[in-house]
Write a new protein. Structure first.
Length: 236
C-alpha cells in the first residue's frame, strides 16, 4: 500500500503525489492526517482504491471518473460534486451539496447529509443512512436518491426523472413532487441495495423496508403551460 501523509503539506502537494501514484499503477493508496484539507482527491480519472483516514474539507472527490474513495470520517460541502463514475463512501456525515450534479457512480453517506443533497444529479445512486436537510433532489434529472431517515423541506423540488425513496418523515415536498407507494420490485431493489451498501441498517431494530415512500416528479413543470402559472411562479 502506498501512503501519503498530509501533515504540513499543501493540498496541491498531496493531490500531485496522489495522481503520480495512480498514474504509476499503484491501486491501493492510503491518505493519513488529512486535517480537513479542501479539494482532496479531485479529478482522479483512473481506477484506484483510495482510503482517507480522517475527516476532509470542501469538495473532496469532485470530478472523479473511476476510483473508489473511502473517507473514514466526515466530509465538508460539495462531496463528489460532478462525479462521472466510481464510488465515494463516507462513514460519517457530509455537508451541503453532497453528490451535486453527479452523472453516474455511487455515493454512500453512512450518517447524515446536510442541505441540497443530490441537486441536479444526472444519474447514479446517492444513499444516506441517516437524515438529510432541505432541498435534497432539487432539479434531479436522472438517477436514484435513497434516504433511510428523515428529509427536510423542499424535498425533490422541480425534479425531472430522478426517483427518490425516503424511509422516514418528509418535512415538506417541493414544487411538483408527489408520493407514490413503491412497487414490489422497487421494495426488492431497496432491500438488495441496502443489504449491499448498508447491511447494518438492514439489521437495525425496527428497520423495515416497507416503510419507504417513493417520491417522483408530478411532471407539471416539464412543459410550460400558462394555465398552470401558479405552479411555475412557486418554482421560480
Amino acid at each position: 500500500m502506498a501512503t501519503i501523509d498530509c501533515f504540513d503539506k499543501t493540498v496541491r502537494d498531496v493531490n500531485t503525489k496522489l495522481r503520480d501514484f495512480v498514474s504509476g499503477g499503484k491501486n491501493d493508496i492510503h491518505i493519513i492526517n488529512p486535517e480537513s484539507l479542501h479539494n482532496l482527491a479531485v479529478a482522479i480519472t483512473k481506477a484506484a482504491n483510495i482510503t482517507i483516514d480522517g475527516s476532509v474539507g470542501y469538495y473532496c472527490a469532485g470530478m472523479i471518473d473511476g476510483p473508489t474513495i473511502r473517507i473514514n470520517g466526515s466530509a465538508g460541502w460539495g462531496l463528489a460534486e460532478s462525479m462521472l463514475s466510481g464510488t465515494v463512501r463516507v462513514n460519517g456525515s457530509a455537508g451541503n451539496g453532497a453528490a451535486a450534479a453527479i452523472r453516474d457512480g455511487t455515493v454512500i453517506i453512512e450518517a447524515d447529509a446536510a442541505a441540497r443533497l443530490g441537486v441536479s444529479m444526472k444519474g447514479g445512486l446517492v444513499l444516506v443512512g441517516g437524515n438529510c436537510g432541505y432541498m435534497a433532489g432539487f432539479m434531479g434529472q436522472k438517477g436514484t436518491l435513497i434516504v433511510c431517515g428523515d428529509v427536510g423541506a423542499g424535498f425533490a423540488d422541480s425534479m425531472y426523472e430522478t426517483v427518490c425513496f425516503v424511509g422516514g418523515e418528509i418535512a415538506e415536498l417541493g414544487t411538483d413532487a408527489i408520493i407514490e407507494k413503491p412497487t414490489e420490485d422497487e421494495y426488492s431493489y431497496l432491500s438488495r441495495t441496502l443489504t449491499l451498501h448498508l447491511p447494518t441498517k438492514m439489521e437495525a431494530p425496527g428497520f423495515a423496508i416497507d416503510r419507504f415512500k417513493k417520491v417522483i416528479s408530478g411532471r407539471k413543470l416539464w412543459n410550460f403551460d400558462n394555465q398552470d402559472w401558479e405552479t411555475w411562479r412557486e418554482a421560480m
